[in-house]
Design a protein around this ligand. Structure first.
Ligand SMILES: Cc1cc2nc3c(=O)[nH]c(=O)nc-3n(C[C@H](O)[C@H](O)[C@H](O)COP(=O)(O)OP(=O)(O)OC[C@H]3O[C@@H](n4cnc5c(N)ncnc54)[C@H](O)[C@@H]3O)c2cc1C
Length: 412
């Protein structure tokens, strides 16, 4: 045990992803002593999603960070199209939505660095990198802290409240014995980069063909490709030559023919496991779980980061005052956070599950008919008001949260 690094705080957050960093920031900004534990040394991991939706832009505006956020390298996406069965179709249109009319594509490490850097301006913000939560400290049926692995040993952080923001493979969820319902997903995602040519399209868009689909995120100098494959097919695919993947990418997007040569080995392709699940109960005495730790999201709509941020705002709204006031945090308060965030989470996942079932499963059945958009839907999607419906659901979500926590003076 490294006792020099043991300490007591009001709130200990495990996980420095979108949920954990935003919650830590909001609590420290409101004057609550908070320790955020992140097991990695930095935020630089390529497999993180990078969509910042209007609901998150609104939160950034409310906390006064929008101008700094807008200075980060980014692309503004104001509509999303799909090429389905060879025909382009605009599906989601953010243009004209108030107060924000676009999704910002920002590398997630830049976004997290910004919030963490701003958090450090507050005396109560204590972010510890290379600190891995490995278990809970429990006394008389209540969680009172976290056991932590450091590069040079182990330590303990004791806290009135522990919040698990440690993602879809949450250690704290497991340690607390909280059970989740697994809703299943028909797909996993192959994640790789391809160079962008001068004449390539400028958009971020999806391409759906028979048996295959792929999303191309325009990251300026390269495409970030998310190629959808049947769940569990990774080993079988990797046993085949990489050229088969290149062929299939070229069939979907012929303009990438000059770039696929860069995929010289499977080492350049990461497999991201898709999981959709949700805890029945997000809390125990002294412990709350939010973000993917409470509900792993499908990548459909790129909403996971934004839902994690919304959870963080709701949790901070409910908990900042009692935590700052030194009050005990009873379970009824934690249940209020769950009750607030469960309906939008459930509705978003229901929407994702329908798309998984009705579109993705069918596309991945290679023997099926080539996909096409029904004529009625194609006609309806000509109207911007119709395209605004998915834009609002995806961009703002079912229950947008607003920051109601105050601000304590930052360090000079
Ligand atoms: C293929 C794929 C693509 C996706 N693309 C998008 C997208 O484009 N846009 C979008 O909004 N969502 C996307 N998502 C979903 C999104 O990644 C998550 O919903 C979102 O990141 C959840 O945020 P979080 O903070 O809850 O958890 P995470 O982002 O998973 O963060 C958890 C953090 O905790 C750390 N951690 C884990 N265990 C411990 C521990 N024991 N101790 C300390 N630290 C720990 C991790 O290192 C990590 O930093 C995608 C998901 C998948 C599978």
């Amino acid at each position: 045990m490294n006792s020099a690094q043991s300490r007591t705080t009001r709130c200990c957050i495990a996980g420095g992803g979108p949920a954990g960093i935003m919650l830590g920031y909001l609590l420290a900004r409101a004057g609550v002593p908070v320790v955020v534990l992140e097991k990695h040394a930095d935020f630089l991991r390529d497999f993180r999603g990078d969509t910042v939706h209007p609901s998150t832009l609104q939160v950034l505006d409310e906390i006064g960070l929008l101008a700094k956020f807008e200075r980060l390298p980014q692309r503004k996406v104001d509509h999303l199209s799909a090429q389905i069965g060879g025909r382009p179709q605009e599906i989601i249109d953010f243009r004209g939505l108030e107060p924000f009319d676009h999704v910002a594509l920002v590398p997630q490490w830049d976004f997290l660095d910004l919030i963490a850097g701003e958090g450090r301006r507050y005396p109560h913000f204590d972010l510890r990198m290379r600190h891995e939560a490995i278990g809970l400290i429990e006394e008389e049926g209540r969680v009172n802290g976290v056991r932590v692995r450091l590069p040079d040993g182990e330590s303990q952080i004791r806290a009135e409240l522990v919040v698990g923001c440690d993602g879809r493979h949450s250690t704290l969820r497991e340690a607390a014995g909280l059970s989740a319902t697994d809703y299943g997903a028909p797909m996993d995602v192959l994640w790789f980069r391809l160079a962008r040519g001068e004449d390539d399209p400028d958009e971020t868009f999806a391409i759906v063909g028979r048996g295959h689909m792929m999303v191309l995120l325009n990251r300026n100098d390269y495409w970030q490709a998310a190629y959808v494959v049947p769940k569990g097919s990774d080993d079988k695919l990797r046993a085949r030559p990489i050229a088969e993947l290149c062929d299939s990418v070229e069939k979907l997007a012929p303009f990438l023919a000059d770039s696929t040569g860069q995929l010289t080995s499977w080492d350049k392709v990461k497999t991201l496991e898709v999981k959709v699940d949700r805890l029945e109960r997000w809390h125990r005495p002294g412990l709350l779980l939010i973000g993917d730790a409470a509900h792993a999201m499908s990548p459909i709509g790129g909403v996971g980061i934004n839902l994690a941020i919304q959870d963080a705002v709701a949790a901070a709204n409910a908990l900042a005052a009692p935590l700052r006031g030194g009050e005990p945090i009873d379970e009824a308060l934690l249940d209020r956070v769950q009750k607030r965030r469960l309906p939008p989470t459930r509705m978003t996942q229901a929407m994702q599950l329908q798309i998984q079932k009705r579109l993705i499963s069918r596309v991945l059945e290679e023997s099926g008919d080539p996909p096409k958009v029904p004529a009625v839907l194609r006609w309806l999607l000509k109207f911007r008001a119709i395209r605004h419906i998915p834009a609002r659901l995806v961009g703002y979500g079912f229950r947008p949260e607003h920051v109601r926590t105050g601000e304590q003076s930052p360090v000079a």
